[in-house]
Design a protein around this ligand. Structure first.
Ligand SMILES: *Cc1c(COP(=O)(O)O)cnc(C)c1O
Length: 233
């Protein structure tokens, strides 16, 4: 099958899964934005997805995302940076990213703010909150008890707009109860920052659970683009 047909079929399936999950949750499909996570896949796939009507694209590594975004600069895309972000990569990431999903520490807020001001632009930031049990290895995101303080910091930072929160389901544990906790965190942030309505949660394997718990943005890689090969380096 030609790649375009394959992507079109996958896109149809994913949109159907989103619509079904919305129906089951009593929500409108229009409330959920699909972000195509194109990491490890070539710019040509991004171009095909754009042709199929995809607007939102997600990447998690700057080395890969920067050249890909540059080669797709003629397309009407919104780039989401969803991976762990080192402060020394902020300058490069803000060259293309419209939304940063992975704000997890004060130093990163400062670096993003400085660069956004330098570029005279507003950058939408989501605070990533950890859903893993405390002390688990490789967890990313701020501890839930520190979420509000970090959200306040983003909201107060020049050049940054607090869009909402983001999370990844815990490894090796059921997604649904974790996403229920996430819904509570989202509500808490919204009670202080009424405009911070984004809840970025749900990947290929758990989009239904995420939508049931109020996700506004789902980040879909495998179900759209196929299996990824391990990346070296
Ligand atoms: C890779 C990735 C995704 C997409 O995961 P799939 O399971 O392939 O859909 C979503 N979010 C983040 C942060 C990712 O790194």
């Amino acid at each position: 099958m030609r790649r375009e047909e394959e992507l079109a079929a996958n896109l149809r399936d994913v949109r159907e899964r989103i619509a079904l999950a919305c129906r089951e949750a009593g929500r409108e499909p229009g409330e959920v934005t699909l972000i195509a996570v194109t990491k490890t896949f070539p710019a040509s796939d991004v171009r095909l997805l754009s042709g199929l009507g995809v607007v939102d694209v997600g990447e998690n590594r700057d080395q890969e995302a920067a050249p890909k975004a540059a080669s797709c600069a003629d397309l009407p895309l919104v780039w989401h940076f969803v991976g762990a972000l080192q402060t020394n990569k902020v300058r490069s990431v803000l060259e293309y990213a419209h939304v940063v999903h992975s704000v997890d520490r004060p130093r990163l807020v400062e670096a993003l703010s400085r660069e956004a001001v330098r570029r005279e632009r507003d950058v939408t930031c989501l605070v990533q909150v950890s859903l893993d049990p405390p002390g688990s290895a490789g967890r990313s995101g701020v501890e839930p008890e520190d979420l509000l303080a970090l959200a306040d910091r983003v909201a107060a930072a020049p050049g940054l707009r607090l869009g909402g929160i983001m999370a990844v389901a815990p490894l090796g544990a059921p997604a649904a109860p974790a996403f229920e906790r996430l819904a509570g965190y989202a509500e808490k942030v919204r009670s202080v920052h009424a405009d911070a309505g984004i809840v970025s949660a749900g990947m290929s394997g758990d989009l239904k659970e995420a939508i049931a718990c109020g996700a506004t943005h789902v980040r879909i890689g495998t179900a759209l683009l196929g299996g990824r090969r391990a990346i070296v380096g």
